[in-house]
Ligand binder design. Structure first.
Ligand SMILES: Cc1cc2nc3c(=O)[nH]c(=O)nc-3n(C[C@H](O)[C@H](O)[C@H](O)COP(=O)(O)O)c2cc1C
Length: 171
């Protein structure tokens, strides 16, 4: 798939087959995330792989019963690591850049998964503290986004977007 096809083919999927994804696919997804740009190339984020069934069930609870988190083969949790960015950028690094770093990395992972024929959905609605404890991340890290990855077990709902004329502003 070329880039524009990937963008077009990516849709949120909230039901997954009970089938593991290949180790090579996961590796390629992680390598894609690692190619993401970051402020000062500091990569102020950490990625946690959740494949254990009990941990995935705990994520479901922490995310307000979003059951598909347990169905997915794995869930990646992207955490902002403020201290890594604060060293160089102070409060802008700690409050903003580390969150952007984690977000861009998650986006790269999401698009890589699509390119590999896998499905995902961005999960942002969760109890941050509960997720941090489930993945055993230190208090200095803030869970920003979760990304379940698996083979789809539903047809995606095609969502609409705002018109470009509404979204884009010529100054
Ligand atoms: C920051 C953010 C948080 C989101 N949180 C959730 C979530 O907690 N649960 C969920 O099912 N979808 C979540 N989504 C997915 C959106 O609902 C979805 O991307 C949007 O409806 C557009 O649909 P599409 O991804 O199929 O294009 C989130 C997306 C973003 C970018």
């Amino acid at each position: 798939m070329d880039y524009f096809e990937v963008i077009k083919e990516r849709h949120s999927i909230r039901a997954y087959e009970n089938r593991p994804i290949e180790a090579d696919s996961l590796q390629r997804i992680l390598e894609a995330a690692n190619r993401a740009p970051s402020a000062g190339n500091l990569q102020a984020y950490e990625v946690y792989i959740v494949a254990d069934e009990d941990c995935k069930r705990a994520l479901v609870k922490a995310a307000g019963d979003q059951e598909f988190l347990a169905q997915a083969s794995v869930a990646l949790v992207f955490c902002a690591h403020a201290a890594r960015s604060k060293v160089r950028y102070g409060s802008r690094g700690a409050d903003l850049y580390c969150v952007q770093d984690a977000t861009i990395a998650c986006t790269f992972a999401m698009l890589a998964a699509t390119a590999l024929g896998l499905s995902t959905v961005w999960v942002g609605a969760f109890d941050e503290e509960a997720v941090r404890q489930i993945i055993r991340a230190p208090e200095s890290q803030r869970p920003i986004a979760m990304l379940p990855i698996g083979y789809p077990a539903e047809v995606p709902r095609i969502t609409r977007r705002r018109d470009l004329s509404d979204l884009v502003h010529q100054t």
